[in-house]
Write a protein that binds this ligand. Sequence first.
Ligand code: NAD
Length: 483
Amino acid sequence: VPVAPFDLVVFGATGDLARRKLLPALYHRLHDGQMPIEARVIGAARAQMDAEGFRRLAAEALDEFVAPADLDPDSRRRFLATLDYVPLDVTKDDDWQALADTLGAPDPERPRAFYLSVAPRFFGVIAERIAAAGLAGAHGRIVVEKPFGHDLPSARALNQSLARHFDEGRIYRIDHYLGKETVQNLMALRFANALFEPLWNAHHVDHVQITVAETVGVGGRGPYYDGVGAMRDMVQNHLLQLLCLTAMEPPARLRPDDVRDEKLKVLRALAPVDAARDVVRGQYGAGPGVASYADDVGDADTRTESFVALRAHVENWRWSGVPFYLRTGKRLRARMSEIAVAFKDPPHSIFAGAGGRAGANVLAIRLQPDEGITLSMTVKDPGPGGMRLTPAELDMTFAEQLGGGGLRMPDAYERLVMDVIRGDQTLFMRGDEVEAAWRWVDPIIAAWEERGERPALYDPGSSGPEDALMLMHRDGRRWREIS
Ligand code: NAD
């Protein structure tokens, strides 16, 4: 469905995120007919260049980050024609006039959005200048990226600095995990099918595992990442959002605040964790041809974690006693993200002596690679050997099932940027959600700091530190393979 012609200002338009994600996402939306050619995308960054220069930069970004098969010369040309550029140091008053001139007066018929693809320390000043210059009008939206604070007080301060100039209904906090097709599919799976929801509770679910595993190390992000770590960079936002969507009650409608209210309730129901018992932090060591985390960030003494595993409990009626195991890390065996809901064994087995084990149904929602859904089942081993049981999988890979093999899975940013233009906040974090997540995470980090321990070292290419395996073994359970 095409959106109305819009004006989108991208602060930080020459940066990594804009080149790798935003510009390609907008290109795809135009190519697919959703972004009208009357739309304007106005880049704003410190670099001194004109619109032509920015179009060249954008053209290079498309050539690099859009798959050649999707890069249609005609769409590419039409997309580049929507681009404009204003050199702007957001901290300099004088520079703002040029942006105001380029944008013109707000038009109530034309959605207007300001995408802050810059460091969070600029969020406050940008919001203030936009408001002072009257650039946003009554309906203009502001979009901010992660990290949204590094603890509760800083997140609160960010919320307040935005709230001074924008109503909550106009603030779009991106957690790109929420834009992933599979994550939205989790909602469809749960609430558009009658099959799962009756089982989606402590009576039938043994536990839930959420894994976001990366193979890459900290790479060039060292200066940012060191001192932040996996807990703040991944768990506080992405993994907790996945947990919320898995655990939340069915919202009455798919309205933004109905969904966000339910997610907030989950965050508020999270029991405080004992950092010493329920949380494992790790740091990758060196391996053959692979530098250690400490070498990557150039600090032999660094105590930042590149891996976290933890056991959480949602203390409410539905989930009483069901552990949610979360883990994420860098330099692990494979790049894999999934939510796995492990169901309880059948109450009684009639197959004693039949080999294999009955039950252990696991519903796995795969975010990457190969977005899709797998249901592990127990079936009869084929053949005349009698009743022998064997595990098998019902496997649905979205790209194959829904696109005849040729479906391109849209990137999360495509969906999210169009939602901003449409004014739909369902897939964006509300301020109180972000604060509730920090409220739960902060004491864990404080406990680490108090103990002053080093994270446990793990081998690159492994599944993380031994202690993370123990976290589940202790409960008589095991992590799924990272593969
Ligand atoms: P970057 O360093 O590559 O780019 C920063 C951009 O900000 C550049 O265009 C630069 O010109 C501009 N800028 C810096 N100071 C400015 C000023 N005073 N006035 C105007 N423009 C200024 O950063 P990035 O990686 O693109 O990240 C941008 C934001 O997105 C950050 O908040 C980052 O945390 C977040 N983010 C990035 C990624 C990613 O994959 N790169 C992922 C998630 C979130």
